[in-house]
Design a protein around this ligand. Sequence first.
Ligand SMILES: Cc1cc2nc3c(=O)[nH]c(=O)nc-3n(C[C@H](O)[C@H](O)[C@H](O)COP(=O)(O)OP(=O)(O)OC[C@H]3O[C@@H](n4cnc5c(N)ncnc54)[C@H](O)[C@@H]3O)c2cc1C
Length: 308
Amino acid sequence: MGIMRSVLLWGSRNEWLRSQLPKYGIVRRAVSRFMPGERLEDALDAAELLKADGLSTVLTKLGENITSADEANAVAEHYREVLDKVKTRGLDCHISVKLTQLGLDLNPELCVQHLESIVKHAETTGNFVWVDMEYSQYVDVTLEVFTRVRSVHANTGLCLQAYLYRTADDLQKLLSIPAAIRLVKGAYAEPENIAYQKKQDVDKQYYAFVLELLKRTQANNAKPGIATHDKAIIERTQAAIGAMELPKNTVEFQLLYGIQREEQLRLSREGYKTRVLISYGSYWFPWYMRRLAERPANVWFVMKNIFG
Ligand SMILES: Cc1cc2nc3c(=O)[nH]c(=O)nc-3n(C[C@H](O)[C@H](O)[C@H](O)COP(=O)(O)OP(=O)(O)OC[C@H]3O[C@@H](n4cnc5c(N)ncnc54)[C@H](O)[C@@H]3O)c2cc1C
């Protein structure tokens, strides 16, 4: 892992930086490249604009590792409200939740209840709920919580991170359910005894999983999310879909708001289901640092905006 990436990922966990840097207008303005605004309405308005370009969306309220049951209740209630507003506006817009925002650190049972209440509500509004994957220490419990809720409700899918060695096994287990998987490379700092560190190794594992997902898609119809901005992988995935004679919409390409906008439009134009993840909320600092870490060139972009 490069030094810049390590420093940024360290910064994403630093409480002092988190409390200080968001106070500066200049930092807040830099964040606007990756999020349309802090309010839910900002995110919904952005989803409407993307819809006009043929893009579907998924909303996530930023926040993680909450420390009280009241906060977890408020987050669950908020997401139920989001589902109602999405329906009212007639958007093809999923939601994506972090289990540590639903009280996982406090009590996994509480977290199951909240996830289930959200997923049930999504059933009534005809929607779908993605579960994010966080630091590796949460993978086991996330799988457990997800599998319990998924065993009763089919309208939920889980994110898996290709950089973890264990994901090969986790993928097999989930495909046997069969659950919808959102495949990502992985955004956190993880040690080398559990995760690949080199981009080429992560990319290799990622694409092997894409092929696995495509093969299983043919067999069991669970729709995977290919969540990457990596143009080479996207093109190889498109070629594989063609070679396997799968319909274009058997996978969803998923990308983040503000990143590879041209690629998002190209995929949509070419008839591939494309979904853009829009983040909102005031707790954006750790998330923003992870976005910078994904492409350290972003830091120079921020510096240029600040100083010139
Ligand atoms: C829909 C979605 C959901 C996600 N959910 C999770 C999750 O639950 N858990 C998790 O660990 N991770 C999640 N991620 C993040 C993911 O793990 C990666 O950190 C992130 O997508 C960057 O990796 P990449 O696949 O785009 O490939 P990379 O190899 O990192 O990037 C490929 C190219 O994309 C462009 N690019 C990538 N990131 C940026 C950026 N921030 N700014 C500008 N350009 C960029 C660059 O041109 C880069 O060369 C999610 C990503 C997406 C798209």
